[in-house]
Design a protein around this ligand. Structure first.
Ligand SMILES: NC(=O)c1ccc[n+]([C@@H]2O[C@H](COP(=O)([O-])OP(=O)(O)OC[C@H]3O[C@@H](n4cnc5c(N)ncnc54)[C@H](O)[C@@H]3O)[C@@H](O)[C@H]2O)c1
Length: 363
């Protein structure tokens, strides 16, 4: 296919419209997917699938989508889209990926958290090997100019050798929200291997996104080169600090998702980053273009390039699986009361339930 080739697309799990923003679901991320497809001049959004007819009707009407299906298998058989996005909860990702790939879908954008449990890893690898489907996981914050600038500063060695990456996500959990934070720490650290993970979780009655959720959890992990990541899934850091990164020669603070502050012996440098848009950033009007939206367009462009024979993008499944492993290892450490070494051992790979469900059953 050439760079002018057009694609047909569909959203599976289109989302619940007009829900208040609240932990547990109903964010209608499928609508963000639909808008992403509609913004691309190379994509025709032709279909959607959802078990809830009211969600499907809203989606078809709002985004002018001709074909709607209650069953995603029918969608794949009848509409035959080139690309799909998956906006359901993680428990359904593997079966939808399998059905799509076996029906001939070429590219998939799948929501995070990517999979339900470690037992999903081998099957998804097998599906990719057998069908050639290209999967990107929506860790879209990697394209955010502030995160890109932070990684560049770290690569330039402005704070020396990194000792710790520390972040906290107020009121959230390690997976449905902080999976982005695991992924960003891996991104900052150039996707170098993580060798081990400790985790602990307080699990009570909370449920959301189709599974048990922790009230509060922490993850502590170590890269092979000795740098550590610490994520507090539940308590944020003070004064708008998103990440504080300590090195042998200074610190970097990532403020929200817009500014980087560097402190070294040479003094303090405050760098607002929103204007540092990478090549390929969408030409949306500033007012309707917060840094979050064009990140989706960049992911879709990367997926299309990959389908056309270009390089696997940073959101590609093989890389995303490493984020997934670290993320789930924190829960498995809590289950075992022990450090989890990576890659997973056979006992970890055999876990076929969302790990927080296992913790919840113990209570
Ligand atoms: N990447 C991001 O920045 C981002 C942002 C928000 C949410 N998310 C993730 O997206 C996922 C979805 O969350 P949400 O709150 O948007 O979901 P939602 O509750 O708004 O929508 C899920 C949809 O899936 C549908 N569905 C359920 N079973 C189905 C099936 N068998 N076939 C087809 N459709 C089915 C539901 O009817 C619903 O419309 C979560 O994992 C969440 O963490 C990611």
């Amino acid at each position: 296919m050439s760079a002018t080739q057009k694609y047909t697309a569909a959203v599976v799990g289109v989302g619940k419209p007009k829900q208040p923003f609240k932990k547990g679901g109903g964010h209608a991320i499928g609508h963000i997917h639909a808008r992403m497809f509609l913004r691309s001049p190379r994509v025709d959004l032709i279909a959607g699938a959802d078990i809830a007819s009211e969600n499907l009707a809203y989606y078809q009407n709002e985004f002018n989508v001709p074909q709607g299906f209650k069953n995603y298998n029918e969608l794949f058989r009848e509409a035959k889209p080139d690309i799909i996005s998956i906006g359901t909860y993680c428990g359904l990702h593997l079966p939808i990926i399998e059905a799509a790939a076996r029906a001939g879908v070429k590219g998939i954008i799948c929501e995070k958290p990517f999979l339900n449990s470690p037992a999903d890893i081998d099957p998804v690898r097998r599906i990719v090997a057998e069908t050639g489907v290209k999967i990107c996981v929506a860790h879209i914050r990697r394209y955010n100019p502030t995160m890109q600038r932070c990684r560049q500063l770290l690569r330039d060695g402005v704070i020396g050798q990194v000792i710790t990456y520390f972040s906290g996500v107020e009121g959230w959990d390690l997976s449905e929200m902080a999976s982005h934070w695991f992924d960003l720490i891996r991104f900052f650290h150039d996707d170098k291997p993580v060798k081990s993970v400790f985790g602990q979780a307080r699990v009570r009655e909370l449920r959301g996104y189709g599974h048990a959720m922790e009230d509060h959890a922490i993850a502590y992990f170590e890269f092979e080169d000795g740098a550590r990541g610490i994520i507090d899934g539940g308590r944020g850091l003070p004064n708008g600090i998103n990440f504080i990164i300590s090195g042998t020669a200074g610190t970097i603070r990532v403020m929200g998702e817009h500014t980087v502050v560097v402190d070294t012996i040479a003094g303090q440098r405050i760098e607002p980053c929103s204007h540092l848009r990478p090549d390929g950033w969408s030409n949306l009007g500033i007012a309707d273009s917060p840094d979050w939206l064009p990140t989706w367009d960049m992911m879709l462009a990367d997926l299309m390039r990959w389908i056309e024979g270009g390089p696997a993008p940073m959101m590609a499944m093989d890389n995303a699986l490493k984020t997934f492993e670290v993320n789930q290892a924190a829960y498995i450490s809590s289950i075992r009361g022990d450090r989890v070494d990576l890659p997973f051992d056979a006992a970890a790979v055999a876990i076929n339930d969302y790990p927080v469900e296992i913790l919840a059953r113990r209570k």
